[in-house]
Design a protein around this ligand. Sequence first.
Ligand code: 13P
Length: 255
Amino acid sequence: MRRLLIAGNWKMNCGPYDAAELLEGLKAKKSEVNENVDVLVCPPFVSIGMAVKYLYDTDIQVGAQNLHFEENGAFTGEISGSMLTESGCNYVIIGHSERRQYFGETDETVNQRTKKALEHKLAPIICVGESLSQRKADEHYDLVKDQITNALNGVSAEEVLDIVIAYEPIWAIGTGETASPEQAQEMHEHIRNVVANLYSQDAADSINILYGGSMKPANAQELLSQADVDGGLIGGASLDADSFSEIITIAEELA
Ligand code: 13P
């Protein structure tokens, strides 16, 4: 039985002061979460410490938005897996489309980062998804299959159980436009089949597949009630304590 995961990706928002305010609000509304739902916030690196401090006595976990694939050394501006675990993270987002688009992230670096995260017992949330032109050209299924196959290259059957995949159609990110529940379900089912073919049906059945792209309280219920949608990776709506906790409540009611 898969648990639902509601994860907030704060992106480049909320330094420590704003983070404290948002966390205060979230804590007031949702420090305890139904046991069948996992909740996670992924602040920018500089606010991770603040989040860990505020959330230590709640059911809300803390993750990061990226990690470097080397252990340590002369990599100015980068953050390693051990730094994240030491800071109190247990998840890390990898290969978000904004990183692929603006920071040269490739399937190969996504794979390197995934393996490094697993080494450090950080659960990777691997992001995949197509652009509008790729969907219009009917390339989206093949593209997502390739993204997953490449990301998981060299990941063992045991390790894959710790992985979360987030399907985030680029055309739905920050645009207010969401995939329809049917579009989300179709792609999530496809992703599960890809994992089944690469590993086993058991692995496919246990892996969490999140939907991301303009998820908000108004559409969360229909998206989260799809058979293969196991949670959400939420950008804009996770920056508002009311909206994010409403989505958590919707997940609790479905779990
Ligand atoms: P929005 O919820 O703002 O569309 O962002 C989705 C996303 O990119 C989460 O990683």
